[in-house]
Ligand binder design. Structure first.
Ligand SMILES: [Zn+2]
Length: 322
C-alpha cells in the first residue's frame, strides 16, 4: 500500500497522519465498517513499523534533545534529577529509544509529560512508567486515557489505557517545574488540536515544545472528537508566537523537528488564510464537496499539502469548525 509505505518512510510520523490520510483517500469508497477495519489494520502496521524505525537524536541547547522516529517528536531533558520525557512515542520503539537516551546520559528516567492523549504521543506511557517515570499531563488527557475514545475523522475506536499508562499527576491551567537546572513551564491551551493540549517551555534553554498545535511544513490534523477546532489551532499558534523570539527553538508535534519562530509564523499565516477562504465559501452556502472542488487551500498546497493530511482532508477539517 503506497500511502503507508510513503508515510512510514518519512520522518516523525505515525498514526494520526496515516489514519487520516488513508481514510481521506478511502472516504468515499469504503463503508464505515470496512474503513474501520482498514484503520485498525493501520494501527497494527504502525506498531510494526515503529519496531523497525531507527531513532534520530537532535541535540539542541543545554541538556535538551529531540528523539525523532517514534510517533510525535519527543523531547528529553537530562540531568541529576533524572531524565524528563516530553511525550512517549510508540511502545514498539522502546529498545531504540532506550539506546538513544542511554547515549545521552546514564540518568534514570524519572518524569514523563504528555502533551495530549493521542496514541502517537502516549502509547509508550506504560513502559516509561515501568522504567521509573511519573506521568504528568492535563486533566483532560488523563480523562481521555482512562476511557475508550472514538476519533470520528479516523473512524477509529481506542480502548481505555491500562492503569500504569494513566497520568498520576494532572493540572488544569499551568504548572511550573524546576528540574535539571532548567525551569519548565507547562501551559494548557484552550481547545485546539484536542481539549487537553499543553505547551512545555524550557526557560533557560529557550525551547518551546508545542505538542500537536504546530505541524512544521505540513497540514495538521485537528481532532474534533476530543475537543479540537480550527479557531483553537489559530489561537494556540498566536500563543506560541507570543512566547517565542527569533532566538527560540520550537519543537513541533510533527514535521521537521527543529523549528523556529519564522516557520511558526508561516504556519500561522497558512492557518488564517485557509480558515478565511473556507469560511467565505461556507457562508455562501456551499457544501463541503463544492468547497473542496473550489480548492481554498490552492495557494498553500505546494508547500503544506505534500504529506499525509491532503488538501481535501485539511479543507474538511477546517470546514467542520467554521
Ligand atoms: Zn495528536
Amino acid at each position: 500500500m503506497s500511502i503507508l509505505e510513503n508515510t512510514v518512510s518519512r520522518r516523525g510520523f505515525c498514526l494520526c497522519c496515516i489514519a487520516a490520510t488513508y481514510l481521506a483517500a478511502s472516504r468515499f469508497s469504503l463503508g464505515p465498517r470496512s474503513a474501520y477495519a482498514a484503520a485498525r489494520n493501520i494501527v497494527d502496521k504502525i506498531r510494526d513499523a515503529a519496531a523497525n524505525t531507527s531513532i534520530t537524536i537532535h541535540k539542541l541547547r543545554r541538556n535538551v534533545s529531540i528523539l525523532e522516529g517514534s510517533g510525535g517528536n519527543i523531547a528529553v531533558l537530562t540531568g541529576q534529577d533524572g531524565k524528563v520525557f516530553i511525550d512517549a512515542g510508540i511502545t514498539a520503539s522502546r529498545p531504540r529509544i532506550l539506546e538513544a537516551v542511554n547515549s545521552l546520559s546514564k540518568d534514570p528516567i524519572r518524569h514523563l509529560i504528555n502533551t495530549h492523549w493521542h496514541f502517537d504521543h502516549a502509547d509508550g506511557n506504560q513502559w516509561l512508567t515501568s522504567e521509573g517515570a511519573a506521568i504528568l499531563a492535563h486533566e483532560n488527557t488523563q480523562k481521555h486515557l482512562l476511557t475508550a475514545q472514538r476519533v470520528e475523522d479516523w473512524d477509529f475506536n481506542f480502548p481505555a489505557s491500562p492503569l500504569p499508562a494513566i497520568p498520576s499527576d494532572v493540572f488544569s491551567s499551568e504548572r511550573a517545574l524546576k528540574l535539571n537546572g532548567d525551569t519548565l513551564a507547562l501551559k494548557h491551551y484552550d481547545p485546539a488540536h484536542t481539549d487537553g493540549d499543553i505547551s512545555v517551555t524550557f526557560g533557560e534553554a529557550d525551547i518551546l515544545h508545542t505538542g500537536d498545535t504546530y505541524w512544521n511544513g505540513i497540514y495538521p490534523f485537528i481532532d474534533y472528537s476530543t475537543g479540537g477546532n480550527i479557531q483553537g489551532m489559530i489561537k494556540a499558534t498566536e500563543a506560541n508566537l507570543a512566547v517565542t523570539t527569533d532566538s527560540s527553538i520550537v519543537i513541533p508535534g510533527h514535521g521537521n523537528p527543529v523549528s523556529n519562530r519564522a516557520e511558526l509564523q508561516a504556519y500561522y499565516d497558512m492557518l488564517v488564510a485557509i480558515h478565511e477562504n473556507v469560511s467565505k465559501l461556507k457562508q455562501q452556502g456551499r457544501s463541503l464537496d463544492e468547497i473542496v472542488v473550489a480548492r481554498p487551500t490552492a495557494d498553500y498546497d505546494a508547500k503544506w499539502g505534500q504529506f499525509v493530511i491532503t488538501p481535501a482532508f485539511f479543507t474538511k477539517l477546517v470546514y467542520e469548525g467554521v
